[in-house]
Design a protein around this ligand. Structure first.
Ligand code: ADP
Ligand code: MG
Length: 349
């Protein structure tokens, strides 16, 4: 496709050349055509434009022939210049595309862009704030909303996402994929609402930098197959090694000072890594008096609180039953309504 601004520059240049043709062009017009060629190359102008203009001038030459043969010849020469420019530009584009048709490449890129899912990382500064609970329920809610979803347990030292998602048996896990023993497709386990779970068997030493890179490569591959790749993480620094440029982050916080300030530190660090913090989920609200209010939390973190989940014994009950609360309490509970809202916000962009 010809970009609008490129077309304008191309049109302006050709009009200028056209004016010269009409006015007579004694002074090195071929240099101006050369200039047009480089402008076209630099701005990646569509070669078809020059070819079109060339053909247009040829028609002009044919029409001018009855009035003045000299003028017609001159116009024809300029037409040939433009045709030559168009052909050379086309050849350059072809070589640059590595022999593939430009439109095919564009179509392929568009397809890839469309297919590529997003990586959403659920993390926190402090432990025990409800990351795994939120990840599992967000996964189910996103699936409920019609997305294909995979959840990956990135809490390598203390994994428990499989339990939260009700996966009973997992002979292999992310660990075996990291060690090159099995392929990722062998550790995608079925869970509620069609969500796939990549569990992890515990590795108490946590994550080395090298293994973190492997996990990144694994989750990035999953984006080709799923709309949403959700990553559950350990709290704090260990989660940071898993993050890569372009990952989108949801911070889980509780309404207390320590949790919010730790989340703020996480936000600063992940943003330095090139990740985008989408917003926060405020969990376990109403457990004690004198909690921080939402405005304070939003102001401190500098991001929006997307969902407010109450402290609810049904949520703990659900986790004992190894079922996401969204399914245990049903979609009408306050917590489920908030999770659906979060899923819809994410779906919108
Ligand atoms: P994290 O992954 O951040 O360590 P978890 O999701 O494992 O936290 O939650 C820790 C515990 O708190 C779990 O037993 C979970 O069931 C419980 N929990 C999480 N959110 C709530 C809530 N809103 N109300 C009641 N219990 C909750
Ligand atoms: Mg957890």
């Amino acid at each position: 496709m010809v970009k609008r601004e490129h077309a304008i520059i191309g049109a302006a240049t050709v009009t200028f050349l056209g004016l010269l043709v009409i006015k007579d062009g004694e002074f090195g017009v071929e240099y101006l055509f050369l200039l047009y060629f480089f402008v076209a190359l630099f701005y990646e102008l569509d070669a078809r434009f020059a070819i079109g203009a060339g053909l247009f001038l040829l028609i002009g030459a044919a029409l001018a022939i009855q009035r003045s043969e000299a003028l017609a010849n001159q116009i024809a020469i300029y037409a040939y210049y433009l045709l030559a420019i168009g052909v050379v530009l086309e050849v350059v584009t072809y070589i640059e595309a590595g022999g593939e048709d430009e439109e095919e490449v564009e179509a392929q890129n568009r397809k890839e862009e469309k297919v590529k899912g997003r990586i959403i990382v659920v993390t926190s500064g402090k432990g025990g704030v409800g990351k795994t609970t939120i990840t599992a329920n967000l996964a189910v809610a996103l699936a409920w909303e019609g997305n294909s979803v995979v959840v990956v347990d990135g809490d390598i030292a203390m994994p428990n996402l499989d339990i939260a998602m009700g996966v009973k048996s997992a002979p292999s896990s992310l660990r075996e994929v990291i060690n090159g023993k099995v392929e990722i497709k062998n550790v995608l386990y079925d869970a509620y609402e069609g969500v796939k779970v990549v569990p992890c068997s515990p590795c108490l030493d946590g994550l080395t930098e090298r293994n973190a890179k492997k996990v990144q490569a694994i989750i990035e591959t999953l984006t080709q197959e799923f709309d949403n790749v959700l990553l559950d993480t350990p709290p704090g620094r260990e989660a940071i090694t898993l993050m890569n440029r372009g990952y989108e982050i949801i911070l889980v916080v509780n309404p207390d000072q320590a949790s919010v300030l730790d989340a703020l530190n996480m936000k600063t660090i992940v943003e330095r890594k090139g990740c985008k913090v989408l917003g926060a989920v405020l969990n376990m609200v109403g457990a004690v008096k004198k909690e921080l209010d939402i405005d304070d939390i939003e102001e401190t973190l500098g991001v929006e609180v997307f969902a407010i989940i109450p402290q609810d014994k049904k949520i703990r009950e659900a986790s004992v039953h190894e079922v996401p609360f969204f399914l245990y309490t049903g979609p009408e509970s306050k917590a489920s309504i908030e999770i659906i809202r979060l899923a819809r916000l994410l779906k919108r962009g």
